[in-house]
Ligand binder design. Structure first.
Ligand code: SF4
Ligand code: SF4
Length: 355
């Protein structure tokens, strides 16, 4: 089995960027405070948006814990084996009660590595009985090969008709391992082949397998369609691997990617390129307009990024135990300068481009 080597999270290292207030301070001060660059709220106001409001709720995204078997360089969750925040069965039950009554058609489980939550399988079994149309699990692939207790995950996913969405920053070992850790590429290839063996990602198969690309440095993704073609060709030719769609996601200046930007002295240039690439037509379709994000401890956020910055929903309903869709739909979305990552170029969301 290929070895996946790991480092430590910012949290474990007691790095100042493990503190969400410090991250927000960086995002709100400096070039934005001095007026060198316009704040996101001012920018969207130029296009007639005095604030961002939710539209119809379509996606419930649940983060079942920050524990992960990897410590990827750009992780906005700051996940890793040393993170102990894990959703309890009680909070999962509260989520199930909400899923039963929500108008959302998509359930999106994320982490960390969601499979590392000891109640993950129970939760998937229960949630899959509730008739949600699209049930996504964001699997990092290597977890499938990390330990024999996970070897049967492809069968488990198939049995519950789970839609697997997995990160794959490149079709070559060098670029993938640089961003995600030594050994990640080989383990991911093996996992993809096993998923293909169960029918995942095969042309015309109902078992959906999508990949997520995010850039390996301080630059924006290029055209999603063109990249998908390149990925498909290379993975098929080199490893006989099939998948359905590629989602291109922009790295947001949060957590370990913010740390990387600052350490490599790219922060200001990166923010300039996000602002320069601002696309007004992406604003109305940003992810927070159709999503609610739930954290491992049941708090509600407009999106996964706001969750990682500790920005809870601006509503009197703030926790899954008090969930009320009607009340939540009347909130204003909490925004800051990281939101430029969602409106740059063709836009970016957990489902790829939006414009
Ligand atoms: S990016 Fe995904 S796989 Fe990598 S450390 Fe973060 S949660 Fe884990
Ligand atoms: S970061 Fe979150 S709140 Fe900001 S635009 Fe993107 S999805 Fe919306």
């Amino acid at each position: 089995m290929p070895e996946v080597k790991t480092k430590q999270s910012l949290h474990k290292r007691n790095d100042e960027l493990a503190n969400t207030n410090r991250q927000l301070e960086i995002l709100n001060n400096g070039i934005f405070e001095s007026g060198e660059l316009p704040k996101f709220a001012d920018k969207i106001a130029q296009n007639g948006h005095s604030s961002l409001q939710p539209k119809k709720l379509e996606i419930l995204q649940i983060n079942v814990g920050y524990m992960c078997n990897q410590v990827c360089e750009h992780c906005h969750v700051d996940a890793g084996p040393d993170r102990k925040e894990i959703m309890t069965r009680e909070t999962m039950q509260q989520c199930l009660d909400v899923i039963k009554n929500t108008g959302a058609h998509t359930l999106d489980l994320t982490g960390g590595a969601p499979e590392m939550n000891p109640n993950f399988r129970w939760f998937v079994e229960e949630a899959s009985k509730l008739g949600i149309k699209d049930f996504i699990v964001r699997s990092n692939l290597t977890i499938i090969r990390a330990n024999k207790k996970y070897y049967d995950l492809p069968d488990f996913f198939a049995a519950h008709n789970v839609h697997v969405v997995s990160s794959m920053p490149h079709w070559t070992k060098g670029k993938t391992d640089k961003q995600r850790g030594n050994g990640v590429f080989d383990a991911s290839i093996k996992a993809l082949q096993e998923l293909n063996d169960r029918g995942y990602g095969m042309p015309d198969s109902k078992l959906r397998l999508d990949l997520v690309y995010n850039p390996s440095g301080a630059f924006l993704p290029t055209n999603q369609e063109a990249m998908q073609k390149d990925f498909k060709k290379a993975l098929l030719e080199d490893f006989n691997i099939n998948f359905h769609q590629l989602f291109a996601i922009t790295n947001l200046p949060i957590s370990r990617f913010l740390d990387y930007l600052i350490a490599s002295e790219n922060y200001e240039d990166y923010m300039y390129s996000l602002v320069e690439a601002y696309n007004p037509s992406a604003v109305s379709n940003v992810m927070c307009t159709n999503t609610i994000s739930v954290s491992w401890d049941g708090w509600l956020y407009d999106c996964d990024f706001n969750q990682m910055l500790g920005l809870k929903v601006a509503s009197k309903v703030k926790h899954i135990s008090d969930y009320n869709e009607e009340v939540l739909q009347k909130r204003n979305i909490v925004i800051s300068q990281h939101c430029y990552g969602c409106t740059a170029g063709a836009g970016s969301s957990c489902q790829g481009t939006v414009a």
